[in-house]
Structures are given as structure tokens and as C-alpha cells.
Design a protein around this ligand. Structure first.
Ligand code: UDP
Length: 234
């Protein structure tokens, strides 16, 4: 295996699958199966999940809600998604821990770095909920920060396209996919892979990022076996 400890970033929106709002159970179970295949290979898996299928802080101001309040609402949304994913993983026999950036003892553990690493060493899947626990950040920044903290080998950003393209492939049919990029190239070409905070954290700490299609069955495992799918940024 090319990587031993990974951080998988899943957006909240991807959990919507075929529904208009919230969580599509079919998609949830599909993701759980993909993750199981990886865990069975002995890879340590940490997951950061977004909340965009339920709430995003930037929406708040449109409805007269203060931005900071909206951001906390978005963080709580990620905990809901984390709980759903935790259940789906446990239903298929996996061991998990949900750790939150905001204390909520009745539903999950607080994030403690050493404890998170210990869970991973014991083969438990660790899901990081509530982002980093601070407003004005995103779950992409959370993914980069937590990956660095737990010394993950790579951030795998699961999306609905199979990598980074020269233009939006859903709008421009002539767009072509990059198989590899340096952080500098991605920045100079303005490729918008992650927000700048997340991007800078990865670049400064030499943490590679792979953007790949999470919806294609078997893709996650193939990438971890070193097969070239998606775009590697390093
Ligand atoms: N959020 C935040 N701090 C964090 C992580 C998330 O304030 O550390 C809020 C922010 O409002 C964001 C929302 O939670 O819009 C949901 O996360 P995100 O938009 O990153 O989810 P995704 O786009 O991946 O579904």
C-alpha cells in the first residue's frame, strides 16, 4: 500500500446523493462500503465530513442570521453527518470514534490529538466532527489541519469529478484532467482545489492532496494501491 494513514475529506453535499436535502441512505451505505474495503487492507482511516447538505455559514447572512452564529450552525451540521456515517460504518462491523471540535459529551468525544492517534493505531476509524470548532473556517481547512496533527500520509478529497481539470468539466467539454500538479502550479493557475487556508497548510507542511471521484465504486482502494486515478497535488 502506498499510504498507511489517510485523511479522507467528504463534503456534506456528496451525502445528498439523489435527495434534495439531508442524507441519502444509499449514498451513505455506499461510502461506508468503500471505507470498509480500505480498512480491511490495514490502512488507518480518519475522516472529516462537511455540512453543506444541511447548512453553511455563508447562507446565514441572507436570512438575517449573524455569520458567526451561522458558522456554528454549519459545524453542528457536520456532527449530524458524522453521526450518520458512524452508524453506517458500525452497521457493517467497523469500529469508530466520533471526535468533535466542540464539546458535546453525550454524543461524541472531544478532539484530543493523542487520543485520536491511539484510536487509529487500534484500527478504529476516527471521524472528526464540528470542524476545528471555530467560525470562519471550513471543513477543508479542518481536513488539512487534522491530517497534519495526526501525521496522515495524504489528504484524499472525495468529489464527484475524477480530479482537477483545466476548466469545469461539467460546463466545458474540452477541459482536460491534470494527473499531477505542484502546489505552486495549482496556485498560479488559480485552480480552486481547496480554500486558501487549507491549501497553504498542506503546502507548508508537505502534505500531499489527492482529488478523486468518491462516487465510482472501488476508486478509493485503487488510489491507495498506487494506481493513478484522480489528481495528485504535492
Ligand atoms: N465551519 C466553521 N468552522 C469549521 C468548519 C466548518 O465555521 O472549522 C462551518 C462553516 O459555516 C461551513 C459549515 O460549517 O460553511 C459547513 O462546512 P463546509 O461548508 O466546509 O462543508 P462542505 O462544503 O464540505 O459540505
Amino acid at each position: 500500500m502506498k499510504y498507511n494513514r489517510i485523511l479522507l475529506k467528504l463534503s456534506g453535499e456528496s451525502l445528498m446523493g439523489n435527495v434534495q436535502y439531508g442524507i441519502d441512505p444509499e449514498r451513505l451505505n455506499q461510502y461506508a462500503a468503500e471505507i470498509k474495503a480500505v480498512v480491511e487492507e490495514g490502512i488507518e482511516v480518519a475522516i472529516v465530513i462537511g455540512g453543506g447538505n444541511i447548512y453553511r455559514g455563508v447562507q446565514a447572512e441572507e436570512s438575517g442570521i449573524e455569520r458567526v452564529q451561522g458558522d456554528y450552525m454549519g459545524m453542528l451540521a457536520t456532527v449530524i453527518n458524522g453521526m450518520a456515517l458512524q452508524s453506517a460504518l458500525e452497521r457493517i462491523g467497523l469500529f469508530t470514534r466520533l471526535m468533535s471540535g466542540i464539546k458535546m459529551e453525550q454524543v461524541c468525544e472531544p478532539f484530543i490529538r493523542r487520543r485520536a492517534i491511539r484510536h487509529l493505531e487500534k484500527g478504529r476509524i476516527v471521524i472528526f466532527g464540528a470542524g476545528i470548532g471555530n467560525p470562519y473556517f471550513t471543513t477543508d481547512s479542518t481536513a488539512s489541519l487534522r491530517a497534519i496533527e495526526i501525521q496522515a500520509d495524504v489528504v484524499l478529497k472525495g468529489t464527484r469529478v475524477d480530479g482537477v481539470y483545466t476548466a469545469d468539466p461539467e460546463k466545458d467539454p474540452s477541459a482536460t484532467r491534470y494527473s499531477t500538479l505542484t502546489f505552486r502550479e495549482a496556485y498560479e493557475k488559480n485552480l480552486n482545489i481547496m480554500d486558501m487556508t487549507a491549501f497553504t497548510l498542506c503546502q507548508e507542511n508537505g502534505l500531499p492532496v489527492i482529488v478523486f471521484d468518491m462516487n465510482k465504486p472501488g476508486n478509493l482502494l485503487k488510489i491507495l494501491k498506487g494506481e493513478k486515478y484522480g489528481t495528485l497535488i504535492q
